[in-house]
Design a binder for this molecule. Structure first.
Ligand SMILES: Cc1cc2nc3c(=O)[nH]c(=O)nc-3n(C[C@H](O)[C@H](O)[C@H](O)COP(=O)(O)O)c2cc1C
Length: 175
């Protein structure tokens, strides 16, 4: 399958089968996250694995309703001690690249999962402070998003929003 086909086929999964993700597939997904480009190659992205059936997963349920019982959720974060900063940016105060770096890694993992036949859901519906507190993350770790992963179950289907994309002219402008 081409990348173009992968991008066309992907949709947010909200109906997961309990089937676990094979170790080898997970290794490849995480490897793609490791290889993702980062500003100045600072590599601040961090991946916390939250497996269904663990104490951590019970904590996860307390901080977001959007776990959809995915067998694995990866909390993607960045380490403030490793980010590239740009004090010369006059638009963003105290700019750092952590969120971009972590998001590129997460996006890469999302598509690698798709290639492996594993569906994903991107989740930002949580309070970062609650996540930091419940998982006892050190204060230099900033949560960015959660990626739920797993195989689809028999009810799997794309949400209607998936089909509501604006025309390309809405996105692309010449300046
Ligand atoms: C930054 C971001 C945050 C999102 N947060 C959530 C979330 O908390 N819960 C959820 O069910 N879906 C979440 N989504 C999924 C979007 O609702 C979904 O991508 C969008 O409706 C388009 O549908 P599609 O992914 O099926 O194409 C999020 C997606 C992005 C990119």
């Amino acid at each position: 399958m081409t990348f173009y086909q992968l991008a066309q086929n992907r949709y947010s999964e909200r109906f997961f089968s309990p089937k676990e993700i094979e170790e080898e597939k997970l290794r490849k997904i995480l490897e793609v996250g490791r290889l993702a480009p980062t500003a100045c190659n600072a590599q601040p992205q961090r991946f916390y694995l939250i497996n269904k059936g663990t104490e951590a997963y019970e904590k996860l349920k307390k901080v977001t309703p959007f776990h959809y019982n995915a067998p694995l959720v990866i909390l993607v974060a960045y380490d403030l001690r490793s980010v590239w900063t740009n004090p010369a940016d006059h638009y963003y105060q105290n700019y750092n690249s952590g969120e971009q770096d972590a998001t590129i890694a997460a996006t890469s993992m999302m598509f690698e999962a798709e290639e492996e036949g594993i569906h994903t859901i991107w989740v930002r519906g949580f309070d970062s402070k609650s996540v930091v507190d419940i998982f006892h993350l050190p204060n230099h770790i900033v949560p960015v998003m959660m990626l739920g992963l797993g195989y689809p179950n028999e009810r799997s289907k794309a949400n209607p929003w998936h089909f509501q994309r604006m025309p390309i002219s809405q996105f692309v402008k010449e300046i």
